[in-house]
Design a protein around this ligand. Structure first.
Ligand SMILES: Nc1nc2c(ncn2[C@@H]2O[C@H](COP(=O)(O)OP(=O)(O)OP(=O)(O)O)[C@@H](O)[C@H]2O)c(=O)[nH]1
Length: 439
């Protein structure tokens, strides 16, 4: 969902309160305010990126909020934006009319403008199942026209197919990504049925009910078979004739399931990345290198060259310019290494200790590795991070001459580094060809 919010309200007080509340609470969100329906339509027309949320008062100076909602639903760019109607008189009639107009949610204005701000904040942060991609499998022309209309009216992104085979094919297209939800008729006229589709989703695609929920549409004459539908892997079912509001409520609750699952997966991936990266330099950390370095080397075709570099006289730099400046220098060196030896090109850079980095150069011959080390040493000596001349000494070992044990390779590069330091620093030193006897 986009982060931009459009607030449509004729009251200048409400506009001012909401603007300041949202600026404070949702700093990264872009908030547009329109005083009239006409202004709102102009803003919609002018904006290329879809809004993440639109709120409108029910009574606008020039337009009814529900009419505005109908206009929004017809918009190609903004037709899927959740629309919240703010009103103090949301009676049943209004709720019914609103549903038909594609209103996503109501907010009772009598709760106050600050409470509305809180509602918007929650809405934007939680994205509670109001938007999403639905793969809709229905072979009946009349039923599917009705179903598509009902879902599109609520701002859902609907992909309609007429057979289970087509749905399977669609799920197989890696480029299109998975939908957030499948809504399928159980009894389809093709060779494959809803039951086959369920088996495909759960067994072939290995999608759990959290990852890809399936809502099955059954005929009312099959009420004895609902347990079977659930056993086959459906999250829920709905009987024909379908009541639109129930369909939408079920869809929303299942979208919440898949979207919460996707959020959790994103968060755990972010945490995994954090656990393996060095926050100061943006490189991998020592733990990652030790856990995955061997695997990294085994995956590379050809030899791997190990560079171990240590900044020269870094204590002196810290003592002279301060620890914070030292940190920024480390950051700049991390950036330089990542830029020169990117993971996308098959290399791995890790901060190994305080001012030490290990770089694994994938598919690199020993002489190329030495050249790369020299290039890096030279680049750093020219970099002048924070306006300070910084040099480094690099120890080099490689799998071709020094074996494939990572700990041993690092120890050999370390020995070479030590020799480079003793020989005067700011140089590249290659490990001995004879392996060291490690104690
Ligand atoms: N600013 C900063 N300094 C660090 C960090 N980690 C380690 N250091 C400093 O790095 C310095 C390393 O000093 P030494 O091991 O004596 O080595 P050196 O002064 O670089 O001298 P040589 O390696 O022999 O050229 C110490 O002063 C540490 O405090 C860090 O994250 N930030």
């Amino acid at each position: 969902m986009g982060r931009a919010i459009l607030v449509v309200d004729g009251s200048s007080v409400a506009q001012a309160v909401l603007r300041s509340y949202l600026r404070k609470e949702l700093m990264e969100a872009e908030v547009d305010i329109a005083a009239t329906g006409e202004q709102a339509l102009q803003l919609l027309e002018a904006r290329q990126e879809p809004f993440g949320l639109i709120t409108t008062a029910l009574q606008l100076p020039d337009m009814d909020g529900l009419d505005l909602c109908l206009h929004i639903r017809q918009s190609r760019r903004h037709g899927r934006a959740p629309v919240v109607v703010v009103s103090s008189d949301a009676d049943e009639r209004l709720k019914r009319g609103g549903f038909q107009a594609g209103v996503t949610e109501y907010f009772d204005k009598s709760r106050g403008i600050e409470a509305l701000g809180g509602f918007i904040k929650e809405f934007v942060q939680r994205s509670p199942g109001y938007v999403g991609r639905v793969l809709y499998v229905e072979d009946s022309r009349t039923a599917s026209a009705w179903g598509c209309r009902a879902m599109v009216r609520q701002g859902l992104d609907v992909e309609h197919v007429t057979s289970a085979e087509m749905a399977m094919q669609r799920l197989n297209e890696a480029d299109s990504g998975l939908p957030d939800l499948v809504v399928t008729d159980y009894f389809l006229s093709g060779k494959a049925t809803g039951e086959d589709l369920l088996r495909y989703v759960r067994q072939e695609c290995r999608c759990s009910p959290q990852e890809l929920p399936v809502l099955v549409v059954t005929g009312n004459s099959h009420s004895g078979r609902h347990a079977e539908v659930l056993h086959r892997g459906a999250n829920d079912f709905i009987e024909k004739p379908i009541i639109e509001e129930i369909l939408i409520a079920r869809i929303r609750s299942l979208l919440m399931v898949s979207q919460t699952f996707a959020t959790m997966r994103r968060q755990s991936e972010a945490m995994r990345l954090m656990a393996f990266s060095d926050s100061l330099t943006g490189t991998r950390n020592k733990r990652y290198l030790l856990d995955f370095g061997e695997e990294f080397m085994a995956d590379r075709k050809g030899s791997v060259v190990v560079l171990l570099n240590d900044i020269d006289h870094f204590k002196h730099i810290n003592d002279t310019y301060g620890h914070l400046t030292g940190d920024r220098i480390l950051e700049a060196i991390g950036r330089l290494l990542r830029g020169m030896f990117p993971e996308s090109e098959g290399h791995l850079v890790a901060r190994f200790g305080g001012e030490e980095f290990v770089t694994l150069l994938g598919a690199t011959a020993p002489d190329e590795g030495l050249q790369a080390a020299e290039k890096f040493r030279h680049a750093l000596s020219e970099l002048h991070p924070e306006g300070i001349k910084v040099t480094t000494t690099v120890g080099v070992a490689d799998t071709e001459r020094h074996g494939t044990d990572l700990a041993r390779l690092i120890a050999m590069a370390d020995e070479a580094l030590y020799q480079g330091k003793t020989a005067g620093r700011d140089r590249v030193h290659c490990a001995l060809t004879e392996p060291l006897e490690l104690v």
